[in-house]
Design a protein around this ligand. Structure first.
Ligand SMILES: [Zn+2]
Length: 768
């Protein structure tokens, strides 16, 4: 409230407030500079490049009897929603369809609900993605076209509950779905299409229908494999064939919708935020992103083990394939999605909000999602609005930006498939999670790098990380080698480069010369069962740091053991008070090159229980757990046979996370773009736009961080932040987009330094 000050006339007061208002309207503050120009250039873009806020009321079959269109239109307005996803056809039709066997929703009752929604959205200036759900049907459909459906080896149909599963190789996908797409385009002109289950049967179910048998034989001269056998060339070919077929469906649907609706009438399917999920569904992310104009991401909630930070990472991983100029809206559940799921109950607001905010930090666009059009738990309608309003106020900073990071973490779907095989969670995902969690915890910005893009991307990173990337092709290995030859750093763990692209063992690590370490006994390495149990189990083992520092320590002396002296390597700083680290894994002997330094050796398992037996039987071996090497070009290489990445991903011991972060810092020669000091778990993302740096700080510090859902948010701060400034950023002015404050920055040698006093959920800092 403004009050008249003593002696101030009403006329003077009005004059002053008017002047202030004119100043606000006429002069843009520096942090909003370019907003109008950006709005003008945005208007010229196709709809899939400019629709930044999405919503979806996922229509159930009862909803045609109770869909309150006026209320939902208000909800689109309240949330500043620019695009909606509307159920159209596939499993059931939400409009009167003329396509044979395209069954109307049970309670449609002649209503053209899809048509009404489409018209209302277009009247309101909201774009429409018509949503399909195309991989199952009722019994009458299956009886009419039994050859369109998937069957097992005995000819029995594959079913999900009462519904029959369609086969991706049959006319259901080649004729039926395209006919529906054409009908919807011609009648309603939606801007584009998504599809919830377009990729059909997953990897766990093999179809033996006539279409599959015939097509696979034409391609390979082989029969459909009898079962899952990763060593069988026929099974491997079946996997590749399945991936290729999904790309054919992607292309066919896009040809169909564009032919009917014009070049911008795209079909975008839906994809997962989980690489393993994409593998299980035969969706080749790299190839899909090469084709896609937009990725519609169905990734609605977190798991306890991967946390909110998985959402920011998903954004960065997919943008790495798709480009940073395209959009990735993500379906964000407003209902209690996760474990357990309650479709009609609100997701606790802090949980829903943090999932949204971490996704936005990773470059995703928000897409609220309700299942059903009527809810008695109305709290879910309040969740999106504040986040969407904040998003609208600041969206110029949230798109069209280039990430800044020091660490490229290498991944590929082929590694998840052919190295991970049936144990991708333990062999691929846990090592990945351990490394990335160690980086997030240390506030070291990283980006996922596809193994086929190392040549393209590695130049921007002082260090690459191979987190147990066991399966790599010769070409991928050669690109990592080129990065190191240019002076780049490398941290490789576990079995990295040990196998080719099919997961077949090489005689030695393909980068053994860089690691400074070689397989000592190739015969032992082929023992898959032992390898698997070593990865899955936790043994009572340790790592002995070297050299040991027993002389003049403050602790009991045995009198019998030699006191070894010598300087520890700088990467072991912080461990001065210990000669041992808890480990848990099992290591095999390696042959170490003369020039390489072994900083930790393996202590084999000994009993934990009863305590009387808990003493080391073999206190010392020469089996290496951590090896450092340097190259002629000055590159620093860390090879970590000890699976501290997997251990940290699973066991969360701070020693493992600290050592991983310190190894990355050493290999990066401390060339990092960011430093954030202050307590808490904070997910940091740095971006560059012309003339400014944008820093997201997402506060993941909560009692519910590793146990969903979050009940309440806990503020952190103050944080002392230092950001390395690109040449075109002056860095004197710092604006905090969440708290709305402007803070002063000090500049030293190309770094901007400032304080963020407090963060409840997130802060976005614009440094101009
Ligand atoms: Zn089939």
């Amino acid at each position: 409230m403004k009050h008249l000050r003593n002696g101030e006339t009403r006329r003077e007061f009005l004059k002053q407030t008017t002047l202030a208002a004119t100043a606000l309207a006429g002069i843009e503050p520096w942090w909003a500079a370019g907003r109008e120009a950006s709005a003008r250039s945005t208007a010229a873009l196709p709809w899939y490049r400019r629709t930044l806020r999405w919503g979806q009321t996922n229509i159930t079959e009862i909803d045609p009897t109770r869909y309150d269109l006026a209320w939902w239109r208000q909800h689109w307005k309240r949330t500043q929603t620019q695009g909606i996803v509307v159920n159209a056809g596939g499993l059931v039709a939400y409009y009167p369809s003329a396509v044979p066997l395209h069954r109307p929703a049970e309670h449609l009752g002649g209503r053209d609900l899809f048509g009404e929604l489409c018209r209302a959205a277009h009247e309101d200036g909201v774009v429409v993605f018509a949503r399909m759900d195309s991989n199952r049907a009722r019994e009458e459909f299956q009886r009419a076209h039994p050859d369109w459906f998937a069957v097992d080896a005995t000819g029995k149909p594959h079913k999900a509950g009462e519904l029959f599963l369609t086969c991706v190789n049959g006319p259901y996908y080649d004729e039926h779905i395209p006919a529906i797409l054409r009908e919807i385009v011609e009648r309603y002109h939606p801007e584009g299409f998504t599809d919830n289950s377009w990729s059909g049967l997953g990897r766990g179910t093999i179809c033996y229908c006539e279409n599959c048998r015939k097509k696979f034989h034409e391609r390979s001269g082989k029969d459909i494999p009898r079962g899952q056998d990763w060593n069988d060339p026929g099974y491997r070919e079946w996997i590749r064939w399945n991936y290729d077929r999904r790309l054919e469906i992607w292309d066919l649907n896009n040809r169909t919708t564009k032919a009917a609706g014009g070049p911008d009438c795209i079909w975008a399917g839906m994809n997962s935020g989980s690489v393993s999920g994409q593998c299980q569904s035969f969706r080749d992310y790299k190839e899909i992103c090469r084709r896609a104009e937009i990725i519609m991401l169905d990734h609605q909630a977190r798991s306890d083990s991967s946390g909110f930070q998985h959402n920011g990472e998903a954004g960065k991983l997919i943008h790495g394939l798709l480009g940073w100029d395209k959009l990735i809206p993500e379906s964000m559940a407003m209902y209690q999605a996760g474990r357990p799921t309650f479709r009609l109950a609100s997701k606790p607001e802090p949980e829903a909000r943090m999932w949204m905010l971490d996704g936005i930090a990773g470059g995703l666009q928000p897409w609220w999602h309700h299942v059903g059009a009527y809810h008695e738990d109305r709290r879910m309608y309040r969740t999106a609005e504040p986040v969407y309003r904040w998003h609208q106020d600041h969206d110029q900073f949230l798109v069209n930006r280039q990430p800044i990071a020091s660490v490229g973490v290498v991944w590929s779907q082929q590694n998840t498939d052919f190295f991970g095989r049936d144990d991708a969670d333990v062999l691929v995902e846990l090592p990945w999670r351990g490394v990335t969690q160690a980086l997030i915890r240390a506030r070291i910005p990283y980006l996922p790098v596809h193994a086929d893009h190392v040549d393209r991307d590695a130049g921007q990173f002082p260090v690459l990380v191979l987190p147990n990337v066991g399966a790599m092709s010769d070409a991928q290995v050669a690109s990592v080698r080129r990065s190191v030859e240019r002076g780049g750093g490398l941290l490789a763990t576990g079995e990295s480069t040990r196998r080719n692209e099919w997961g077949d063992l090489r005689p030695d690590f393909a980068l053994a010369d860089l690691f400074g370490a070689h397989v000592a006994d190739p015969r032992r390495a082929g023992d898959e069962a032992r390898r698997k149990s070593n990865a899955s189990d936790t043994a009572h083992t340790y790592l002995r740091l070297s050299p040991e520092r027993r002389a003049r320590v403050d602790g009991p002396q045995t009198g019998s053991e030699p006191a070894v002296q010598g300087e520890r390597h700088e990467v072991l700083r912080g461990f001065e008070e210990t000669d041992l680290l808890p480990f848990g894994g099992v290591l095999e002997p390696l042959r170490v090159d003369a020039g390489a330094q072994v900083l930790a050796t393996f202590v084999p398992a000994f009993p934990i229980y009863p305590p009387e037996t808990a003493w080391m039987r073999e206190p010392k071996t020469d089996i290496p757990g951590l090896i450092l090497n340097t190259t002629a070009a000055g590159g620093r290489i860390v090879f970590l046979p000890a699976d501290l990445d997997r251990r940290f991903g699973r066991d969360n011991l701070p020693d493992h996370g600290n050592l991983l972060a310190d190894l990355v810092r050493w290999a990066a020669q401390d060339d990092l773009p960011l430093s954030v000091e202050g307590a808490g778990l904070i997910d940091c993302h740095v971006y560059h736009q012309p003339g400014r740096v944008i820093l997201h700080l997402v506060n993941l510090t909560s009692a519910g961080t590793w146990r969903q859902p979050v009940h309440e948010l806990i503020p952190v701060g103050p944080l002392q932040v230092r950001v390395k400034l690109p040449a075109d950023v002056r860095g004197q002015r710092v604006r905090l987009l969440t708290s709305g404050k402007t803070v002063a920055a000090s500049l030293t040698a190309g770094w901007g330094r400032f304080e963020v006093k407090s963060i409840l959920d997130h802060e976005v800092v614009v440094i101009g």
